[in-house]
Design a protein around this ligand. Structure first.
Ligand code: TXA
Ligand code: MG
Length: 314
């Protein structure tokens, strides 16, 4: 059910959960001062309680009351990349943030979304916690239809422009031992863009997803996955697969069906439709697909590869 800004504002103030468009993916929003709605996010998504939520604000000044010991270069990063698809994990004051938001950690993730409608909503309601608007483990949502596929047609979805980036924000944390920022979730901003601000490229420390205590708790859980089993490999020219997820400039003559991720020269467009293609497998009732992973290991392709690998994990 599509709703407007004033309806979304009212629902959030009444302790309800609403889906909100952002430039990355749709978020499932609750007001930070509404504990029952925050609990409802975990229930609706089937999200493990050990997986913390990102706090979304409209202005940098809304972050300062919650944080202590801001890391070096935090404000430089904020000025360069916010509003936008970057999340910073910061040390927080105990007691001001509902414990379930931080999942027992002494840090919280913060982001200022570029989506104007999301920021207007935050101006009206205050900080919003928002995980991606998908059932836990499933591909994220980049359109209102995706949200409705997971939560039903009656679920309130705030109207707004569709996701521009198509993949989630890049998450950064400051590593005090190494005295440097590092990336703990690849995302819409590739590692090299941070060099201009930091003077170095943050290392990517996303782990294997099987550590006991990963830096990013969400990495523990199966993610972005369609019901279909995915087989990941190189340019599958000779593979007689039932379905291939591939690129427009290549021919897959032996495949029964080809779903195009996009062009090898436009990673931005591939990222933008990635989750829709993964969801399309389910819509078409496809039970297995081969994914052409023969693309460059650089820039936004790193994020695309990581999402596909995790979508193919069992
Ligand atoms: O683009 C995005 O970031 C979207 C939109 C809606 O803003 N949100 C999003 O939220 O992707 P979610 O919950 O699907 O993913 C957030 C990730 C999870 O893997 C979680 O474990 C991690 O951020 N995270 C949250 N708080 C954290 C913290 N304090 N320390 C480490 N990781 C944290
Ligand atoms: Mg998510």
């Amino acid at each position: 059910m599509r709703i407007n800004l004033s309806q979304a504002t009212k629902l959030l103030q009444q302790d309800r959960v609403v889906a909100v468009p952002t430039e990355t993916v749709y978020g499932l929003a609750a007001a930070m001062n509404q504990p029952a709605a925050i609990e409802m996010i975990f229930t609706l998504k089937g999200r493990p309680k050990a997986n913390p939520l990102i706090i979304h604000v409209a202005e940098l000044s809304q972050i300062f009351p919650f944080v202590v010991n801001l890391p070096p270069f935090f404000e430089a990063l904020a000025n360069a990349f916010w509003p936008g698809p970057m999340t910073c994990i910061l040390p927080v004051k105990i007691g001001l943030i509902p414990p379930s938001v931080c999942a027992g950690l002494t840090t919280a993730g913060f982001r200022i979304p570029a989506s104007t409608v999301a920021r207007e909503l935050i101006h009206a309601v205050g900080p919003l916690v928002m995980p991606s608007a998908n059932l836990s483990g499933r591909p994220s949502s980049t359109s209102p239809t995706h949200v409705e596929e997971d939560f039903g047609e009656d679920f309130p979805v705030l109207e707004g422009v569709l996701s521009k980036q198509g993949v989630e924000s890049t998450i950064l944390i400051y590593d005090t031992e190494g005295a440097a920022w590092k990336i703990i979730r690849l995302g819409a901003l590739p590692p090299d863009v941070f060099e201009a601000v930091l003077g170095y490229q943050p290392t990517v420390d996303i782990g294997t997803g099987h550590e006991e205590k990963p830096l990013c708790p969400g990495m523990l859980f199966r993610h972005y996955a369609p019901r279909a089993k995915l087989y990941l490999g190189g340019f599958p020219q000779d593979i007689a697969a039932k379905c291939i997820l591939g690129f427009t400039e290549r021919l897959y003559p032996k495949a029964e069906r080809v779903l195009h991720l996009g062009s090898l020269s436009h990673p931005e467009a591939v990222a933008k439709r990635l989750y829709d293609i993964l969801r399309e497998l389910d819509r078409q009732g496809i039970d297995e697909a081969y994914v052409d992973m023969d693309f460059p290991a650089e820039g936004l392709w790193l994020t695309i590869a990581e999402r596909l690998r995790r979508a193919g994990e069992y």
